[in-house]
Design a protein around this ligand. Sequence first.
Ligand SMILES: *Cc1c(COP(=O)(O)O)cnc(C)c1O
Length: 351
Amino acid sequence: MTTSTTDWTTAKLESLVRPNLLNLKAYSSARSEFKGVAEVLLDANESPWETGSNRYPDPLSTDLRVALGQYKHFNPDQIVFGNGSDELVDQITRIFCNPGDAVHALPPTFGMYKVAAGIAAAEFRATNLSPDFTIPVAELKSAWDEKSKILWLCSPNNPSGNAIDPAVLEDLIRSFPGIVVLDEAYIDFVPELSFLPRLAEFPNLIITQTLSKGWGMAGIRLGAAFAAPFIIRMLNTIKMPYNINVLTRGLALEALRAPQKMQVKVDTLIAERNRLAEELAALDCVDHIFPSVTNFLLVRFKDAARVYQYLLDQGIVVRNQSYQPNAENCLRITAGLAAENDRLLQALRTL
Ligand SMILES: *Cc1c(COP(=O)(O)O)cnc(C)c1O
């Protein structure tokens, strides 16, 4: 079942969408109906006193799309925001999956793909990554069929920390019979690996990114999807009109005006991650440290359950990934401030 990108007509993309959504009319907000200069706003039952938050936000977050488009060198008309990329994962699943359709993912990976499939009553088909966390391409390809709607690829991957080989990525995007979503939540730690500059080559590709990780803004909940115009239209059709609130928009605009501040923090975290990897490797309780291009490390311990509980007792919380395939005895450790990382190392030295 191999298709080349040239086969992706709009009609073919449309055939992947749940039929009832193709003619669905999006909610038309008071603010999006008028054209012209707004001097007196008596259209939306808002409070008239200017407080910075008395007006409904722009449903299309236009200024934010322009700012992000400028920073990413990407067409703002092909961007949609979600209340975190979590929301986009759910929306994308609901656009393409009828109950019984299949989505594919490669555990160990991010948990929301499976949750979203469960909500949409879609079948979650897991093809485990190989023990070195590369993709078993032939096995994955043999798992998809005419029910397959979405392939979730996460690069760099959470929790393994590695990125997908670009040649493998390209092959999978070209050969998958449905929509490929590339989750680039950690791309700010390795921007040179982003597929965003190549998105136009792949009409069936959606890329998602977030301000939650490298940008340090998990609390404002802002994720972005980048895709071909037809897919953007569908995302705008089903999204709640005011999913991005004015406080989020304001803080995100401010951050995008000073990307060098983000860069300094990203560089600091990369250095701390490398230091952690080096110092952890010298500890007796550590068995293996997987290479990472993110702000976290997946570490195999000799007895992860014991280390996990011991750290908790010391007031240090890491994430136990032992339940995930090929991640037995593994803990995921986020790089923190130097002093926090020191505390972790000190605790482990006295284990
Ligand atoms: C953290 C994370 C996200 C969640 O991003 P939000 O924008 O905070 O919802 C998405 N994908 C992966 C792989 C993540 O690790």
